[in-house]
Design a protein around this ligand. Sequence first.
Ligand code: ADP
Ligand code: ZN
Length: 764
Amino acid sequence: MNKYEVLKKFFGYDSFREGQEILIDALLGGKDVLGIMPTGAGKSICYQVPALLLSGITLVISPLISLMKDQVQALNQAGIHAAYINSSLTENQITKALQLAAQGRYKIIYVAPERLETYGFLEFARGADISMLTVDEAHCISQWGQDFRPSYLKIVQFIKQLDKRPILSAFTATATENVKEDIVCVLGLHNPEVLVTGFDRKNLYFAVETPRKKDEFVLRYIREHEGESGIIYCATRKNVDMLYEKLAAQEIAITRYHAGLSNEERRRNQEDFIYDTCPVMAATNAFGMGIDKSNVRFVIHYNMPQSLENYYQEAGRAGRDGEPAECILLYSAQDVVINRFLLDSKEENQDFTEEEAAAVRERDEERLRTMNYYCLTKNCLREYVLRYFGESGNGDCGNCSNCQREYESMDMTDAAKKIITCIQEMRGRYGINVVAGTLTGDDRAKLREYGVAAYASYGSLNEMTEAGIKQIINQMLIEGSLEVTKDKYALLRTTGRAEAVLSGEERVFIKELMKTPVYESDSNSRMAHGVSASSKKRISDILNSRGLKLFEQLRSLRVQIAKEESVPPYIIFSDKTLVDMCVKTPFSKEEMLHVNGVGENKFARYGERFLQEINEFTSGVREKFYFGEQEEFQSDMGRIQMGNGAGAGRKAPKSEFCLSKEQAENFLYAEKYLAAELAEKLNDLRDADTVKKISGAEIFRRIQAEGYAKEEYRNGMRKKSVSAAGEAAGILIGMRMSKNGTEYEDIYYCEKAQRMIVEWFVST
Ligand code: ADP
Ligand code: ZN
């Protein structure tokens, strides 16, 4: 068998995802690898496929006992001999498993790191033919990481004790440079193939919402997404309990998880969630590590988390099956206060010197600020995250709340100049509240005490509100013409870029929602935009009403089988597979094997029962269970755009981006535009009521399709490059520096290219 056959036969997939093949090929060629991929990208396939093709056994070291069981179950379902050895088994069971392993019964064995140094295991390992050793969650070996586990250091000892060094593969979702270096160095990887796949999770829709009443928002959201599975993360146990009780009282099938519950209750609740008995989970961030539930359709953050790292990891638990899913952060200014309190009350590590403790505190503050800016930015949210992780985006993605809202840009450079003058005059002595209060000329006691009325800037922006001034200051912080001290006082200072603002070379824009917003954050409105824009891709928009009935039938068959076999439903078939079954309506084994996620082994187990169900439902007569064209559906489930899919009661669908000749003539050409700027200029011209926005990402896709640029892996990172034809057409690549010091590449469009692109969209 080759890797494609293994992928199809055991996993039921037709093609590899981004990056998987590079790592698999390296491993099959005997090379060590380090794979850095975001949650849900598909790390497991990267070692499971080679494990089946290499001659001997693959050992997988994983810190998460719950995950091991899940993975092994899934492998067994797929017809692969696998086992796990950890402390959840009795000594007898362990002995038995090791005996079978020694007889060569298992291709893949999951072990906890602590197990490696036990006598029984070592004895087995030294007599066995171990082809590969895989280290999952490899960041646990790094002291830099957030969850360093000393037991991971045992891996190194273990390898030394083997007669033959196996191929090593390590995987993690943590991308920072320190951690990466640590893994390579501590594990002793030999000239490894290092691959960092794009951190972008294209199927996830990101949104920041500021509802006045968060619980009402959550309730309405869950009601509108009935039957879908989701997690609601809260900052505190108290919030979890409050939300849980409120929603349970509304007859929502919800469960909860936090460190204050007994072990038994936590286990039970987690199970209820995984088995979809309670599809909604309210939890603190204690929940989720090692939960590999693929059909989580939404992750709502009831409070802002402490860092973007945490946020992306938690939000990333949505949509692991690659299907559209939503990540919504409910923001209120109060969240910053809660988080600062949590930081203040965080127990200090006793081993730290005073200096180290201060450094940690500083780092935490910095992370919190980055998170807060995510909530405040009016620019593309995805872009913001990707930049933070050192990746180049495309300006704007078209699939986040900021990209979808209609904003008006306002030039606030004059106010920005006064803000800078004021901060310089104060010599960096005050924070945002005092600065804003001084500029409006406020007369509260605190300000009198500081004597701010003596500053020339006092009252220089008295026509504005404090909130308005703060918005500009925040924008300037995000853009980098201002900064704050790293301690908790966050005193405002100007940076070198402030000079560019003062001279007028750089302008400061504030985006405000258009006066007739498509989206209304008012709690009485239907959460119009986030929902309707992405709901086009919901199951009910793919399948027609008969199709939905069939889907329900298949889903209950799945639940029934899940109960019989005591495995979670999604291990049998994912939602995506069931939808595809409805669309393709297979009547034979042959046809069933074309369904996404159905391989030979799964077919052998379940195929006939699903075929029978379909047969009964249709009485063997072919009908169409979906909207639109099947080709369109197959080409990319995540991005289907079906005209009639919007359903009744919604607004008429907007047409794809285009410009009339007159509109195009008003385009404001400039020497150079970044992708996002170009998209913004184009969008300003269109008729917003009837025409969809274009995104920088879409423009880049077109540029790629035309052969002007491409994106490919270089040294394990995704990089953009412009072809000779692209350069000739006026497309450039430039390096930029993000705020946290990582460099990233950006595409620039010169006037010539701008003219070409405008021309593309002029409808005749
Ligand atoms: P990670 O460990 O990186 O978080 P997983 O290995 O759990 O991700 O994979 C996430 C999901 O993607 C799983 O449901 C998996 O079956 C699916 N998947 C992985 N590779 C592919 C592929 N090539 N085609 C389709 N689905 C895939
Ligand atoms: Zn976006």
